[in-house]
Design a protein around this ligand. Structure first.
Ligand SMILES: C[S@@+](CC[C@H](N)C(=O)[O-])C[C@H]1O[C@@H](n2cnc3c(N)ncnc32)[C@H](O)[C@@H]1O
Ligand SMILES: [Zn+2]
Length: 370
């Protein structure tokens, strides 16, 4: 396998030469590397620069890009694992090439996670992380980081797959990106609380076809119960834009005042998905740190800092269509809602998404210019 050097953030490492005649990763080389995930790796290294750890496991390393960066840029002792022989060979070359200390293992991830504990466990699979979260929940002492790229099942486009993997009812509506992230988070919560441990999301985002979560683990029954109390459903009217959050383990259903029927979406996590203190300290550190996608990460973190913690958003273009009006600039709508005395923000994953605690009527009037 031919390898070429790349620089990502503050680290230089080797990646397989992609075959331009074949589909873009993972099809185009024997060991997976996707340069488009550089922002995701930037985010994790920037976060970990502020968190002292004694061990970090890159559980599904491929080239080892994540683990090598964490070792080099965050000075954290790392273990990098992959079950694939070719991947382990590239990881070994990369640790030597980047000159970073790393323990390298070749193991099925569930076996490794069942036999050892790490301060932080990072799952970065192809597609769904569902088969690995239980073992990761037992192995991780303090932090659990998870990527999912099976956004179609999580967002309700492949509803049966979503039900099988996450035992949830995702719905493919206009805010499916938000509920996809929260359905994944809700699944992880259920895998973690059964071990009497709670979770606190520090940094969560969705970008292109990936969801990325950085979660802090809080041991103890009290934390587990508090985390469970943040689980619930969104009840979405099937006729109008009205929806409500319903905490608890069983959705009630019922009828909207418009006569429509409430469709439950979930179970999902209803709490805040980002920690304001963590985001602002990452923003403080960002200008002085070498990053591959620094500008994009700055934009993303700035949006996350402003974003309201509501579990759904309104697509204001869609609302404008249903009101038979053309949508004004988003800033105008945001200002009008704010002037009406409500909290309002954008959402990081869409230029037409608006989050607010205002009733639907207030938002409709802001779009109509009334
Ligand atoms: C998406 S790639 C990881 C990408 C990498 N973290 C990065 O940032 O470039 C997933 C890797 O997980 C490995 N893998 C898949 N299933 C595994 C399992 N059950 N145990 C260990 N490794 C596994 C694959 O061999 C593949 O290299
Ligand atoms: Zn309704």
């Amino acid at each position: 396998m031919d390898l070429v050097p790349v620089t990502e953030g503050g680290t230089e490492f080797l990646v397989p030469v992609q075959d331009p005649a074949r589909a873009f990763p993972p099809g185009s080389s024997p060991v997976f590397f996707n340069p488009r995930m550089a922002l995701s790796r930037d985010a994790t290294t920037l976060l970990l620069r502020g968190i002292p750890l004694e061990s970090y496991l890159d559980a599904m390393g491929a080239t080892g890009a994540r683990g090598i960066r964490v070792a080099g840029e965050c000075r954290i002792p790392v273990t990098i694992n992959d079950r694939d022989t070719l991947a382990v060979d590239v990881i070994q070359k990369n640790a030597a090439y980047a000159g970073v200390p790393a323990e390298i293992t070749q193991c099925d991830v569930n076996l490794l996670l069942s036999s050892r504990r790490f301060d932080a466990v990072d799952l970065d699979p192809f597609g769904t992380p569902a088969p690995f979260v239980d073992a990761a929940a037992r192995s991780a002492r303090k932090y659990l980081f998870v990527t999912a790229t099976d956004t179609a099942p999580l967002c309700g486009a492949h509803g049966r797959a979503g039900a099988r993997r996450y035992f949830a009812h995702p719905v493919n509506n206009e805010y499916h990106r938000e509920t996809g992230l929260r359905t994944l988070l809700g699944f992880i919560v259920r895998e973690v609380v059964k071990y009497d441990r709670g979770l606190e999301p520090l940094l969560s985002f969705t970008r292109e076809h990936a969801i990325r979560l950085h979660l802090k683990i809080h041991p103890g029954v009290r934390h587990a119960d508090e985390t469970l109390d943040r689980m619930g459903f969104i009840l979405q009217c099937n006729r109008c834009f009205y929806r409500l959050e319903e905490p608890g383990l069983v959705p009630s259903g019922g009828q909207c005042t418009c006569g429509g029927k409430f469709i439950p979406i979930g179970p999902l996590y209803l709490g805040a998905i980002n920690h304001p203190g963590v985001i602002s300290s990452m923003l403080d550190r960002l200008p002085s740190v070498p990053l591959a996608a620094g500008k994009e990460l700055f934009r993303l973190l700035s949006l996350l800092q402003e974003e309201l913690p509501t579990s759904s958003h309104y697509d204001y273009h869609r609302m404008a269509r249903s009101l038979h009006t053309s949508p004004p600039p988003i800033e105008t709508v945001l200002r009008r809602v704010e002037d009406s005395g409500y909290r309002v923000s954008r959402a990081h994953y869409s230029g037409t998404a608006i989050k607010t605690d205002a009733p639907v009527g207030v938002l409709e009037r802001a779009i109509n210019g009334e």
